[in-house]
Design a protein. Structure first.
Length: 200
């Protein structure tokens, strides 16, 4: 995990360097040479587009596919028969909570004139591999429920780590607030899932 953190930190530094945003600049109206990409969206009275930094961009770019995989995992478990109702209720809640957040973050990246995909080489903590998803898809009954919970716990732990990084380094108030919300809600769900796993 420390290796992933190091890579993420390096990617964050690169994103901040590439973003062209001054961390100390408190005047959104002061344009800098080479920031043509912001002129189309940084309208007077619309500070949301300009008021972000590389950490905000990386947070949204990384959390979108991270959330998308959580929705995919939830869809897999919801299609199965004979799954404990508490597990299906949790999967439904995860899907209902994260899908709208994907739309919100995608909208921010559009407003910021930033690409929706992160630069190549950026790793996202807690993501499942293709083999992990294949195993979840093939599992049935209690085995499927246990696998879903254990995979989603690791997945949520990665999301909390990413969200906390945004809270520490982000600039955009909405993005930082979403990160706080994600950290709080998913920390609660981690406890819920560990409790459920102990009962299976």
């Amino acid at each position: 995990m420390k290796k992933t953190l190091t890579i993420s930190a390096a990617a964050m530094a690169a994103m901040i360097a590439l973003s062209g945003c001054s961390a100390g600049g408190s005047s959104p109206g002061s344009s800098m040479p080479g920031m043509d990409h912001s002129t189309g969206s940084a309208m007077p009275g619309s500070s949301a587009a300009a008021d972000h930094n590389g950490s905000d961009t990386m947070f949204a770019q990384a959390m979108i596919p991270h959330h998308a995989q959580a929705v995919e995992m939830s869809d897999i478990i919801l299609k199965k028969q004979g799954i404990d109702a508490r597990i299906t209720a949790l999967a439904t809640k995860i899907k209902a909570g994260q899908a709208p957040e994907i739309d919100k973050m995608t909208g921010w990246l559009g407003d910021w004139d930033e690409p929706t995909q992160a630069p190549g080489g950026h790793s996202m903590t807690g993501m499942m591999s293709g083999d992990d998803l294949t195993k979840l898809d093939a599992a049935q009954g209690t085995d499927a429920a246990k696998l879903f919970l254990s995979q989603m716990i690791a997945h949520h732990e990665g999301a909390v780590e990413m969200a906390n990084a945004e809270v520490r380094s982000g600039k955009n108030a909405e993005a930082v607030q979403l990160a706080k919300d994600i950290a709080a809600s998913q920390t609660g769900e981690i406890k819920e899932m560990k409790d459920l796993l102990a009962l299976l």
